[in-house]
Design a protein around this ligand. Sequence first.
Ligand code: IPE
Ligand code: IPE
Ligand code: MG
Length: 244
Amino acid sequence: MDTSKEPSSTSNDYDVLPRHVGIIMDGNGRWATKRSLPRTAGHWEGLKAAKRVTLEASVIGIPYITFYAFSTENWKRSTQEVAYIMDLLATRLFGELDFYTKHNIRVLTRGDLSKLSEPARAAIEATERATREFTGTCVIIAVNHGGQDEIVRAVNRWLAVRTSQEPCTLETIRTYCDLPQVPPVDLIVRPGCEKRLSNFLLWDSAYAELIFYDTLWPDWGPKHLRLALDEYAKRARRFGGVPT
Ligand code: IPE
Ligand code: IPE
Ligand code: MG
């Protein structure tokens, strides 16, 4: 797949880097509609943008980056659009294995995978298995993800193994969420004009910095990620404390 839309930089000059960046990849449909193309064409271009931004994140050395690919609410879309997105996942995810290998990228997924098609689940399992030893950037695909759904599933997992009347704590939710080993998201960026989280990483976004952009996701590339990182570096994070 062509990722050469914009050249990748090879230097990492950031003093303050988020450990975990979350991207709400929005605007694919509008990108396509503006060009009189079917919405699916926007999803295809969105996939190419995801690859460009992944490469840049890996060059910069961001430890974790989560891409919101499909929400628990996106099933409301037409059968054809949902099928296209699921097919992209099933055919393209594992298909990029050479790319992950070349760049030492580990791939994980986050969300309720039980509702996915068998080919999509198989592609996810194969990709996770094939990249599990890679130590560079960890790319997390949030698919059939909903922040609320993840909290409910975490509580239910805990209830299934709970042996006493111990109460649910903050630590309980974190321990039983989908990827407890992944740190909370530091920075969430949302292209595509809308200023909302749309059920993305609700628990872990408690103290995330939020940045919104008008540029539609398919037009994103390395420079947009770098703009977001520049903005993040200017933010004063206090976590309820006082300015230092
Ligand atoms: C985001 O782009 C991709 C998914 C939600 C799967 P959209 O498909 O929501 O694009 P717009 O918001 O309709 O332009
Ligand atoms: C959020 O985009 C979900 C993903 C990017 C996967 P949506 O397009 O579904 O969000 P809303 O409906 O505008 O809030
Ligand atoms: Mg949208």
